[in-house]
Design a protein around this ligand. Sequence first.
Ligand SMILES: Cc1ncc(COP(=O)(O)O)c(C=O)c1O
Length: 363
Amino acid sequence: MLKATDIDNLIRKCIRQMKAYTPVDPAELLHEKAGVPKEQTSKLDGNENPYGCSPRVQKALAVFQDYNRYPDPEQREVRRALSKYTGIKPENIVAGAGSDDLIDIIVRLFIEPGDRVINCPPTFGMYPFSASIAGGEIVKVPRKADFSLDIEGIRKAVDDRTRLIFVASPNNPSGNQSSEKEIRELLDLDIMVVVDEAYVEFSGNSLLHLAPQFDSLIVLRTFSKWAGIAGLRAGYGICPPNIANELMKIKQPYNINMAAYVAILESLKDIDYLQGTVRAMVAERDRLYTALGEFKWLKPYPSAANFILCRVIGRNARDIYLGLQKRGIFIRYFDTPGLEDCVRFSAGTPRDTDRVIAALRDM
Ligand SMILES: Cc1ncc(COP(=O)(O)O)c(C=O)c1O
């Protein structure tokens, strides 16, 4: 009979060796930790939409009758609606349970154990997470001090085992964008280039127009941020039809659940409303950026997304994070290479911004 220790040895070595992803805590846990009632808290740690989803989504989900049925595995209606939204043909589109799902199936499509994936930290943690699970080797090419890509370093890092590079633009957590020139330089390399545009609705600066021109480009998008349905898990990828076909083949058949399916369709019927919430978040991001810059001990970085990375100078960043937490304001704290003494504030409502400023003045 197998013992627990034997079973440990059955688990793939790359899984045993990998570090767990650090997700954000659910709101209820945060309230409990801080001992502050929900109404007095500001959840600014997940880059979510504080205004929630479109009222159309709320209504449609409440009256929807077919939760007992499986969703369409071919995602026909969703792909058609996304095609209308993006101007890209449905056969170039694959929807997923958040862009996390797409990151995972892209890695599973291209990576055999030992293949290399280029990652440019500091950046979104799911790229090395999914690549590690697939047994891929992560080749780190750190971003420069201003968080721009080290294109020369990337070029040098590519070898005949390199398959993929992930680039978030705007980047999480730094908020800066990569230029079209930089992405074109990456597209010159003999590897697949995944440009993650999770925050593009806040920057208004997409590289999607490059998609039809390049066979090696995949663009990722999500409904989690601008459309306020992070909890329903809805994202999509845009890529050449041959890749889309393979991704469709290997995804879980019902990867977007029925509620997400309905929510995607309804969100896309309420774009004006959602863009209003995006504009409100952008206004608060800009107000917060100016306000943070007025503290001598904070250095906010300009951001094209719905959050602001901020370096704490001459004071302890973790204390700031904990001090805000005690006051019911939840942000992210980082202390990894390139992000030493950094915190990240998601853009919230005007009330959230006011509370952050007041709390920081008080600290
Ligand atoms: C750069 C980036 N890509 C993807 C995601 C994940 O999005 P989704 O909720 O669609 O899985 C995030 C979420 O924080 C992100 O920051």
